[in-house]
Design a protein around this ligand. Sequence first.
Ligand SMILES: Cc1cc2nc3c(=O)[nH]c(=O)nc-3n(C[C@H](O)[C@H](O)[C@H](O)COP(=O)(O)O)c2cc1C
Length: 192
Amino acid sequence: MVKIAVVIGSTRQGRQTDKLAKWAAADIAQKADVEIVDLRDHPIPFLDEPISPRYNPERKPDPETKKWLDTIAAFDGYVFVTPEYNRSTSAVLKNAIDVLDFQLEDKPVALIGHGTSGGAQAIANLRMALPGVGAISIPQALFFNDRLADSISDDGELKQELREREYSPQSQLDQQMSKLLWYAETLKTARK
Ligand SMILES: Cc1cc2nc3c(=O)[nH]c(=O)nc-3n(C[C@H](O)[C@H](O)[C@H](O)COP(=O)(O)O)c2cc1C
């Protein structure tokens, strides 16, 4: 089984992004070894290293950054769930990417966004950033534009009326997650 991390891209009090993360994790729980990785558990300092992480073989990251790097390196694929703040991804998620060196090299990332336009600009922003750390953002993104407070329960259950809707978010998620697993399995074999 491949190992998949679902990263919650918001640490805000009263955040909504964690619901999407729980929903996505549940979708692949039978087919992958899935773990929710909460950036609240990783208070990584803002990147202040003198040399870009990928160009510093002598790198000695601070302990909190090192903990994040070791955690995230252990997976074969990722779901980054992002809020949209001022037409962009969150600063905490961008910083968590900026401190990476080779932990995501040749590994797939599925992007899920939310907001008034489904987090489209946050997702576009992440699609530009991820190649910088060698990651592959898979073609299928999920733009969730229903109000999360009314759409997904605190336990990550999508409301029935949304499940039944034509071209429902559930069918979009199912397709996106099965593609992610395909990429994760294929690239895991290719990396060997
Ligand atoms: C600082 C800030 C900026 C925001 N900017 C946008 C935005 O550009 N586009 C959008 O659709 N929603 C925007 N929102 C609304 C967020 O989509 C909404 O608060 C969402 O719940 C954020 O995710 P979170 O609750 O997990 O932090 C913004 C919210 C905040 C706090």
